[in-house]
Design a binder for this molecule. Sequence first.
Ligand SMILES: NC(=O)C1=CN([C@@H]2O[C@H](COP(=O)(O)OP(=O)(O)OC[C@H]3O[C@@H](n4cnc5c(N)ncnc54)[C@H](OP(=O)(O)O)[C@@H]3O)[C@@H](O)[C@H]2O)C=CC1
Ligand SMILES: C=C(/C=C/[C@@H](C)[C@H]1CC[C@H]2C3=CC=C4C[C@@H](O)CC[C@]4(C)[C@H]3CC[C@]12C)C(C)C
Length: 570
Amino acid sequence: MSDAKAPAATVHPRRKIQLVDFLLSFRWIIVIFFVLPFSFLYYFSIYLGDLKSEKKSYKQRQMEHDENVKEVVKRLEQRNAEKDGLVCTARPPWVVVGMRNVDYKRARHFEVDLSKFRNILDIDTERMVAKVEPLVNMGQMSRVAIPMNLSLAVLAELDDLTVGGLINGFGVEGSSHIFGLFSDTVVALEVVLADGKVVRATKDNEYSDLFYAIPWSQGTLGLLVSAEIKLIPVDQYVKLTYKPVRGNLKELAQAYADSFAPKDGDQDNPSKVPEMVEGMIYGPTEGVMMTGMYASRNEAKRRGNVINNYGWWFKPWFYQHAQTALKRGEFVEYIPTRDYYHRHTRSLYWEGKLILPFGDQFWFRFLLGWLMPPKIALLKATQSEAIRNYYHDHHVIQDLLVPLYKVGDCLEWVHREMEVYPIWLCPHRIYKLPVRPMIYPEPGFEKHKRQGDTEYAQMYTDIGVYYVPGAVLRGEPFDGSEKCRQLELWLIENHGFQAQYAVTELTEKNFWRMFDNSLYEQCRRKYKAIGTFMSVYYKSKKGRKTEKEVQEAEQEKAEQETPEADEPAN
Ligand SMILES: NC(=O)C1=CN([C@@H]2O[C@H](COP(=O)(O)OP(=O)(O)OC[C@H]3O[C@@H](n4cnc5c(N)ncnc54)[C@H](OP(=O)(O)O)[C@@H]3O)[C@@H](O)[C@H]2O)C=CC1
Ligand SMILES: C=C(/C=C/[C@@H](C)[C@H]1CC[C@H]2C3=CC=C4C[C@@H](O)CC[C@]4(C)[C@H]3CC[C@]12C)C(C)C
């Protein structure tokens, strides 16, 4: 905030060193001796489960699926609306990838266990559709599909992200400038509604309203039990070009747009548009833009080409490897497709640096890199209340979805108010649809014919802001909650959206200024979700309470209100 009476040379106040600063500095001890070994066992047991599932025929998996769906229906029928809380999945808060505190899972609620829904039910190479259960994760999906020269059209990078979370929340990847968000690649959804009815929703059947309303709804319209998702053919390698760029933030934003959006508007021309795009901004004056094309094994192995088998555990962390382009200049290399997809997994983007400050050093990568990454679930399970609050107050983990032409403005805002680097840029389309789902392009965008836009979709960008803000690095105060609130207001004013896995300070009124509620509310009523499922704002809002406080609030509310009320206290 500016102060007219402030002296010319401002002396910044110092932040008091707190216990949490020590906890963070020594967190690596718990990570190395507990989190990493147990993560390895955890991953290994999941891998064995996947292998067991793969041994079964698709027919058998489908039969088991049908039985498990009946169980879900039965469980919903057991709910006593007079006594029980509202419904959510039984996934514990520490298991999920998101940053929110999800108090609603510690308050009175009625759990439906979907843990058996972790199978790939079919890979239909004729329809080019994969039918999968909601707990199938990205690591499992790429391991099965890529050897078949197939992939999900949008395959999110972190291995642990689940299909259910990516559809009911949001998912984005370097191919989203072509295919849109993860939910845009969905062909059909199998949903158990509040009354126990099982429906298959597609974009043009009688449940098309539900089909469009489910993305971003966080499981508050029904329980997703399977999804049919678009597959694309892929080659075994990605030919990746790293291009260094320099200039001010507006110029970096323009260089990023130019890396994938032809100025003549020919956005659907495959010879002008790369298949994969991402940008990294390393500071206010420099960045590296990466563009990729799938390439055959033969091409990759041609003499003179550089192959980077990025999957090896000792390889440098991806964001640091990309940064070398600033010194060596533009370069090209071939990366095996699966290694490319999961390039940010080992270092958790760059958040790994705070968790294990020496994790990027050669000796560590060589000796223990094969144990990386620590499983997010175990990091969350072992983080104390103090560390969790630190991530709210003195850290930023946010994804901002903004129109492409506003990326420069947004980068300047983030620099001024947060000063967090590196920043991740990933373009994605937002489609103009016959209905108004929770997120939608700017009305009338097509008239402006801006770079990246087409008649049917506006080009957006996911700006990933993760890490310690400049002020905190310098030991100055930083109010994470207030900055988050300001950022959200900036997004509302600029027709942007905030990824819902991240913490929010939005009031309910502002939440519905950011997101559109018309179709969502219509479906809540039509499919009788009110009174059975929680509302999306209730699920999204930031939770800070301890378990005891949540339960006390619940108790108080239960004493005051009738059990049919839509929202439990929080
Ligand atoms: N590259 C990317 O795109 C990245 C995306 N993310 C974010 O992380 C989240 C994914 O994390 P993940 O741990 O997989 O998901 P979560 O388990 O956190 O699920 C996210 C939301 O979806 C709901 N949900 C999940 N499965 C179902 C289902 N079968 N039926 C109904 N509702 C369901 C959850 O409901 P409930 O609360 O009842 O459990 C929850 O509200 C996404 O929301 C995404 O935005 C994070 C990192 C990267
Ligand atoms: C949304 C994207 C990527 C986001 C990642 C950078 C973050 C998603 C979940 C984040 C984390 C979850 C829980 C954690 C436990 C804490 O104790 C430490 C931090 C963290 C590991 C945290 C780190 C950042 C995430 C992985 C896209 C769209 C790229």
